[in-house]
Design a protein. Structure first.
Length: 331
């Protein structure tokens, strides 16, 4: 017996493809949206068919440019994964679409590459003021913040990483047979295929999920807490704080070049600014560490950020001994 076509499924695919056309028509996709587009294309061969047909029908140069830019903003390993699974089908099915043909040429340099097998632990570090983007041997993409250190140790049965300092954004390549675990001190974050950000600082560690789901533990034997896209938790010495909902559409994180804080300790804000300052920033009076502050600050403009804090809060900022010192305001 031949199963009847699922019209609801077909309608859903056309609706989703139309939404992607609308997004492409608006211009260049950001990195997160580009990841989601390619995962959508991977998940069902019909997705690619319908989107290609729509692109060919529109024949809009602006759409072609947006589609090409979306591919170029996707990590190399993710482009490899998309291409290597279905390149023969992709080649024959895209003949009628100028936009997708252009994407094929962008894919050709990576069609014949194989992921590197890493046997020894790898250390990745960044200096002050310098972020870094990289692709790991399993195809996972990472953005490492300035003044950060990450160690990876991949095994056949597990992908182990340790964020020893700073912050990192992870776009994890799916592999159900090899969990992806990031340790932060005694705490850990486990994922299979998802996107999340970890920011380690003096008051603890903030974990924010952008897509998919992860498990968070404050120590190895603790019961894990499940976090889904749009949720955040802070890990402290006392354990996991309550889970918070975050608006991903309006969220500002370090990858944008800004930090947006509300009721955050001064010590954490200065630590984050210090990652992007060539001059070390020090607290002269440690009683100020717990002072709660709020605001939006550009990471690359330490001078302006400190001037704003100086104006809004009872602190003095001065330079001496090749350092920037923050002290309690004199009366």
């Amino acid at each position: 017996m031949i199963a009847a076509p699922d019209n609801n499924s077909e309608d859903r695919i056309y609706d989703e493809a139309a939404e992607w056309i609308d997004r492409l028509a608006d211009g260049r996709l950001d990195k997160i949206t580009s990841h989601r587009l390619y995962r959508w294309l991977q998940s069902d061969a019909r997705h690619r068919q319908v989107l290609e047909a729509m692109l060919a029908t529109w024949q809009d140069p602006q759409l072609e440019r947006a589609a090409q830019q979306a591919l170029q903003s996707t990590p190399l390993a993710e482009r490899y994964q998309v291409a290597s699974r279905s390149w023969r089908y992709f080649f024959y099915s895209c003949a009628g679409s100028a936009a997708v043909v252009a994407l094929l040429f962008l894919l050709m340099p990576v069609l014949w590459q194989s992921p590197e097998v890493v046997a020894e632990p790898q250390v990745y570090r960044t200096a002050n003021t310098s972020d870094r983007q990289m692709t790991l041997a399993d195809g996972s993409a990472i953005e490492l913040a300035a003044s950060s250190r990450l160690v990876t140790d991949f095994k056949p049965e597990r992908r182990n990483l340790s964020l020893e300092r700073g912050a990192a954004y992870f776009a994890v390549a799916p592999d159900k047979s090899r969990p992806f675990e990031v340790t932060v001190g005694r705490a850990s974050v486990v994922a299979v295929g998802t996107e999340f950000n970890i920011d380690r600082h003096q008051d603890g560690t903030d974990v924010t999920v952008y897509e998919g789901a992860i498990e968070v533990r404050e120590q190895p034997l603790a019961k894990p807490r499940l976090l889904r896209g749009g949720e955040r938790v802070r890990i402290t010495r006392q354990g996991l704080e309550p889970t918070q909902a975050v608006d991903l559409q309006s969220l500002v994180d370090w990858r944008s070049g800004w930090i947006d804080v509300e009721n955050e300790s001064l010590s954490v804000v200065l630590e984050k600014l210090g990652r992007y300052s060539l001059t070390p920033i020090e607290l002269a009076d440690h009683s100020l560490a717990s002072l709660r502050v709020a605001g939006r600050f550009r990471l690359s403009d330490t001078e302006t950020a400190l001037a704003m804090l100086d104006e809004l809060y009872p602190i003095d900022v001065e330079r001496r001994d090749q350092r920037i010192w923050v002290s309690l305001q004199a009366h």
